[in-house]
Design a protein around this ligand. Structure first.
Ligand SMILES: Cc1ncc(COP(=O)(O)O)c(C=O)c1O
Length: 378
């Protein structure tokens, strides 16, 4: 059985398996503990050790991590959370899940990330949290306004779904004192199949998050096994990670160094190959510090280039259609000029660990041809 099928050229992203994932899953299945178990706790410990933090709390998905983090930080109805429109809709849905209001903020077109200045301009008296999205793996540095945010009691809850392994100022994302949420979904830098991880700021927050992910039950799974009752202390959800998913994550974590190197080198190979193309701007993920999750470019006549590349069998994508223009979020619409401009320009090139230099050359050649065809027709 092959454990690591290479995706066809039409795929934009793909999981990458190292081999031991299958036997790790089989071991959990045979052991018969599919819910929260020592395997999940080992995964949490290993993630905490890798990052160099005291605690990590595993949950079912990145979305669940964001939802749990917002609950643990006491964000709720009447509160405003500053969030970029340029993100996956999961960030916004997590804000709505706690009854809070998203306040959409613009991004820097060069990075697709929010900046300290943009956040400062968006803060209102109702702002309780900022949710920077670490777009494509790039860390967001809000240190220029961190004192202001602290004085106003505004928490930073990072959506680091793309940024597992990335650094900022030499420190790993997750260790900078913010509440950080990772996704270990199917195509993320590290996959559990599905999964997420929350890095709490304090032991109390960790305890709160552990209770929230277990339906508000105060006792740990181990304590419950040896007692005749348990206490439901507060609101909670069925968000605990399955041992099956944790086993996949543990197997992946053994290869994290390899993952970091491959992703960096693929991203740089794209950047170098794209440098000679006129009319193409690479969205900068800062590969010296980041572990790239996406490789994106900006081009004119994006829709036409997209169609042309798809016709050539290239797995091109778009991350993301802006949220402030989505019907579900229409009531929180604000004008966001940079987001609206880049929304019509961004293209995500195929990016995953199966790629070879030949794949990259093929995609870049297809992009060059597509640009010519589209320009000629314009
Ligand atoms: C920016 C961003 N935030 C949050 C999520 C949600 O993570 P998950 O799919 O694990 O729920 C994703 C997933 O793709 C994402 O890209």
């Amino acid at each position: 059985m092959t454990t690591n099928a290479r995706p066809d050229a039409g795929r934009n992203a793909s999981p990458y398996l190292y081999g031991p994932e299958s036997s790790a899953v089989a071991a959990v299945l045979e052991a018969g503990q599919y819910g929260h178990s020592s395997v999940v706790e080992e995964f949490e410990r290993r993630i905490a050790d890798y990052l160099g933090v005291p605690e990590a709390v595993a949950v079912t998905s990145g979305t669940a991590a964001l939802h749990t983090a917002l609950l643990a930080a006491d964000v709720g109805p009447g509160d405003e959370v500053i969030v970029p429109s340029m993100t996956f809709c999961a960030s916004v849905q997590a804000v709505l899940a706690v009854g809070a209001t998203p306040r959409f903020v613009d991004v820097d077109p060069a990075t697709l990330c929010i900046t300290a200045d943009l956040v400062r301009d968006a803060v209102t008296d109702s702002t309780i949290a900022v949710m920077p999205v670490l777009f494509g793996g790039r860390a967001v540095d809000l240190s220029a306004i961190s004192d202001e945010l602290t004085e106003r009691g505004i928490a930073v809850i990072e959506d680091a779904a793309h940024a597992f392994g990335s650094r900022t100022g030499g420190r790993r994302v997750g260790t900078t004192g913010d509440l950080t949420c990772f996704s270990f979904g199917p195509i993320k830098n590290l996959t559990c199949g599905q999964g997420g991880m929350l890095i709490p700021r304090t032991p109390q927050e960790a305890q709160r998050a552990r209770a929230i992910r277990l339906l508000g039950v105060v006792q740990s799974q181990g304590e419950r096994a040896t007692a005749t009752t348990y206490t439901v202390g507060a609101y909670g959800l069925r968000y605990q990670m399955s041992g099956i998913n944790a086993a996949i994550g543990l197997a992946q974590l053994d290869h994290v160094q390899h993952m970091e190197e491959v992703r960096r080198s693929l991203w740089r190979a794209y950047r170098d190959a794209l440098a000679s193309l006129d009319g193409v701007t690479v969205v900068d993920v800062d590969p010296e510090q980041s572990v790239p999750h996406l490789c994106q470019v900006r081009v004119a006549l994006r829709d036409e280039v997209f169609t042309e590349m798809r016709a050539q069998g290239i797995g091109i994508g778009v991350h993301y259609p802006p949220n402030h223009l989505q019907p579900a979020f229409a009531q929180w619409h604000r004008r966001l000029p940079a987001t609206e401009q880049v929304a019509g320009e961004i293209l995500t090139l195929p990016f995953h660990q199966h790629l070879t230099p030949a794949d990259i050359a093929k995609t870049v050649a297809a992009l060059a041809r597509s640009l010519k065809t589209v320009e000629a027709a314009a």
